[in-house]
Structure formats: structure tokens, C-alpha cells
Design a binder for this molecule. Sequence first.
Ligand SMILES: [Zn+2]
Length: 238
Amino acid sequence: MDHLTIGNIKIDIVRKDIKNIHLAVYPPTGRVRIAAPLQVNDDAIRLFAISKLGWIKRRQLNFKEQEIIPPREYKYRESLYFQGKRYLLNIIEADAPPKVVLKNKTYIDLYVRPETPTAKRHKIMNEWYRVQLKRQIPELIEKWEKKLNVKLNNWQVKQMKTKWGSCNIRKKIIWLNLELAKKPVNCLEYIIVHEMIHVLERHHNDKFFHHMKTNLPNWKQMKKELNKFPVSHAEWSY
Ligand SMILES: [Zn+2]
């Protein structure tokens, strides 16, 4: 069985040498995929899928509600987000090393050599986003290390396709999605707190959400804010 259909929902099934069934809904189209251990039979997968139907539908609705914006071309007057605010892109061609400059709280000036291809512009912008995001993070981690009484060994920024952050609990390292550079700072903080709480509790259980609630009472609102912002095709493809 490589897929199953329940009502109008089609689910891709992948069998793997893993311990637990894993369910995921992917943006932007809401494709559903179940990865199942080799020894789990088709009926068990079907029952599992049925028990998660409400969750699957909510996730799919969530993606539908998000505004889908076309792939970036890095052209003059294109909209770019930085720290939750929309900017307009200015392309300034100059025979000098590339750079990015914020201007008048309205423009992102991208200085590039003439005829710089889109992929290269994308790379320059992402490097700039990375530098900016890396500047925001240490202060927030320091603040939450004290509040949560958790000490991280390291943190990293990485381009991720379907996750805002992740945590290696044993090594006490967190990874933050480069896309967070485009989001409001409270969204970045929410992800940092979420990943740091994983050091205290691996699973999304009552204990985990108790930590969330006591430390960041309005975390649900931040989560909503994070997911309502536009998702771009180019960055969230699968
Ligand atoms: Zn988590």
C-alpha cells in the first residue's frame, strides 16, 4: 500500500525501518504523509489515520488560509519581509562587492554587480538575513536560560523546509529556521522558548505545555501570528 484515501483526503504511505508511526501535513498544498514501521499492517495505519483526521483537517485548513506568495525573483519593488515588517526591494547595480542596506524603514537596498542572476541575489539576501537573525538570538537565549534554568551548549541557524525550530535534547543544541529573520521578534522568541523547553521535556505533553503556559502565557497567539504570515512557494516546497 503506497497510499490510502479517507473521505476526500489522500494520504501517502511510506514504510521505513523506524520505531513509531509518523504523520505530517506539508505546506503549501496540505499533502498528507504517514511514515510507518515495516511491521505495522495496513489496517493499523488506516485506524491511526482515522484517529488523526481532525488534526489533519485543521492543518490543511491552516495552510489554505495562509496567503501563498509567488517565488521570489528579487526584482525592483518586490516585497520582502524583515523582522515582521514589509519592505520594498531596491536593486542597485554597482561594480563593487554586494551588500544589503535598510533605508528609511521602507526599503531594502540590494547592491549587486550588473546582471547578477536571481539565484545569486537570493544567496546574498539569505546571507544578510542570517547575519541579522544571528544578532537577535544570543540576547533571547541568555534571557531564557535564566528564566528556564536551562543551559544550551550551542545554537544554530539553518534553512529548514517544514520546521521553525528543532532541538537535540541530549546535546542541548537548538536549531532555528533562517525564515525566522522575516518574522516579528516575538515569534522568534516563541520558537526559542519552545525549543529550550524541550530540554526539560521531550514530548508535547501536559508538562511541556505547562512550562509554555507559565513562561509564555500568550504563546498561542504568537504561534498563530507566526503561521498567518505569508508562506512562499520557493522556500516551503517539498
Ligand atoms: Zn516541539
